[in-house]
Design a protein around this ligand. Structure first.
Ligand code: ADP
Length: 472
């Protein structure tokens, strides 16, 4: 089959969160199965762009409303990611340092989608499926079906994967002129709650909708930031397919970000060396259990609960624990954590910012990974933690339910709690401390066991292929 993925992120070209990881890995695994797989994304000013060589494959122009823009499509020459990578360059709009967070993001991603459809409509042949990801590419299913300029594309099956339904890309009806001429009787397919809602539109127009875990699919029917009724109504075409992890990139035996590589057999020594490195760098005590948090410091991840949960854990558990937070996000949380660094020196440290290398070292050297998320569509962090023998402490939500089993259950290997509250987090930290100091055999069994769990993309990538084939 020929599969086109359209996305705002793709690791290692540009990654902000899990979307980047998924679009960097899924296409590679699909290509390994013998399919022709292409990823199309915006051309940002990233290191990857400057470090690689590119062929110009298409040049054209289009309109965003009355604004004329020209665009180029370039292709990475060597196929080094294991699939064909195409970047869409729109001068002045996409060529920025960051992926998101600009005042004109609506204009940026809408023109990107128009350029992609325009380019596809000029191909001599048609791909078998166009697979779009999240709201940034959510207008494509509507455009290929209802914009007159793209009528050649109407019969191409479209699939949308929802990595996160919290963000929907809302835009006012005044922006309806941005889309190239479309059948105005179809306006309802763009709308949700009196605005143009690209994510809702994708759910309505795509042939199939997938979510990144089974539990998240159920949750969307009662917790999807306003789209609950839509998910209930469209449930017939929705499928949950659990994300995998790229086991080439996330492999403690070969990971070049670690100071010591290890596998399940040499897990104890290997983890200890990496822990020593972290504790040395961040002034923490290597003898105590190390709890880490890695991620965006936002309400969705319950990052606002971290400062008080950390201090309460340190007091309640008599200082028998160390914490390290890697992330960035809401300034109040960042500031609070920075203050705690001084207040709890030797117990708490932070790295405010983004560091791919440090994240790998933390998955390897930590004893426990905290994920108190309020919303977690799939969550990749806990799967990386499992692969690196780090016990995940997670709230029972979304994909965390599907991937972590509490050690109180038969063959459980993680710690789960129900509520995103300081009390539940502190209590769970207490259970972890008990494991670390008093149930050493069980703790070590859990680490060995979790490292053997297979979360690679192989089976999920095949599930996607079966889904595409069902659309023929
Ligand atoms: P989300 O996509 O909601 O942010 P996921 O768990 O799906 O959450 O994916 C998060 C990915 O981003 C993981 O690969 C994680 O290691 C990475 N990540 C998040 N914040 C940081 C950071 N500050 N530094 C390095 N990696 C980070």
């Amino acid at each position: 089959m020929e599969i086109i993925h359209v996305s705002a992120e793709c690791y290692p070209v540009a990654k902000v969160g899990g979307l980047g990881d998924v679009v960097g890995a899924l296409p590679k695994y699909q290509a390994k199965e013998g399919h022709i797989v292409k990823v199309v994304m915006p051309m940002y000013r990233t290191k990857f762009l400057y470090e690689n060589e590119w062929d110009l494959v298409h040049q054209s122009s289009q309109y965003l409303g009355t604004h004329w823009f020209s665009y180029n499509v370039i292709k990475e020459k060597t196929n080094k990611l294991g699939f064909d990578l195409y970047l869409v360059d729109i001068n002045g709009l996409l060529d920025r340092e960051r992926v998101y967070g600009y005042d004109d993001d609506i204009e940026r991603f809408t023109s990107f989608q128009i350029a992609v459809c325009d380019w596809l409509s000029k191909w001599a042949h048609k791909p078998d499926v166009v697979h779009v990801h999240d709201y940034h590419t959510g207008l494509i299913p509507f455009m290929v079906q209802h914009c007159y300029a793209f009528r050649h594309l109407t019969n191409i099956p479209t699939v949308v994967t929802i990595h996160n339904a919290q963000y929907q890309g809302w835009m006012g009806w005044d922006k309806r002129y941005y889309l190239p001429g479309w059948d105005s009787w179809k306006g309802g397919l763009l709308e949700w709650d009196k605005t143009i809602n690209p994510l809702a539109s994708a759910v309505k127009c795509a042939w199939k909708v997938t979510t990144v875990s089974y539990s998240y699919l159920n949750e969307l029917k009662y917790m999807s930031n306003g789209l609950e009724n839509l998910f209930e109504y469209e449930k017939g075409k929705c499928v949950g397919i659990l994300n995998g992890i790229d086991t080439d990139v996330w492999n403690p035996a070969t990971d070049h970000f670690l100071v010591k590589n290890y596998d399940a057999e040499k897990e104890e020594k290997g983890k200890q060396k990496n822990k020593k490195e972290i504790c040395g760098q961040f002034g923490l005590d290597v003898e105590k259990p190390l709890f880490v948090f890695i991620g965006r410091l936002v309400g969705e991840k319950a990052a606002d609960l971290l400062p008080d949960s950390i201090s309460s854990s340190i007091y309640q558990h008599h200082g028998n624990c160390n914490f390290l937070v890697l992330g960035s996000g809401e300034p109040t949380v960042e500031n609070h954590l920075e203050v705690m660094k001084q207040q709890f020196s030797g117990y708490v440290n932070t790295y405010i910012g983004y560091s791919e290398s440090l994240s790998h070292l933390l998955y390897a050297g930590a004893d426990f990974l905290l994920m108190p998320s309020r919303v977690e569509p799939c969550g990749l962090n806990q799967m990386y933690a499992l692969r690196y023998g780090t016990v995940p402490i997670v709230r029972s939500v979304g994909g965390l339910i599907d991937t972590v089993k509490d050690f109180g259950e038969y063959q459980g290997f993680g710690i789960r709690f129900d509520n995103a509250t300081i009390w539940d987090i502190t209590y769970s930290v207490g259970r972890a401390i008990d494991l670390y100091y008093h149930k050493k055999n069980l703790f070590s069994w859990m680490q060995q066991y979790m490292m053997g769990i297979d979360h690679s993309w192989d089976s999920s990538a095949r599930e996607y292929i079966q889904l595409y084939q069902s659309l023929k």
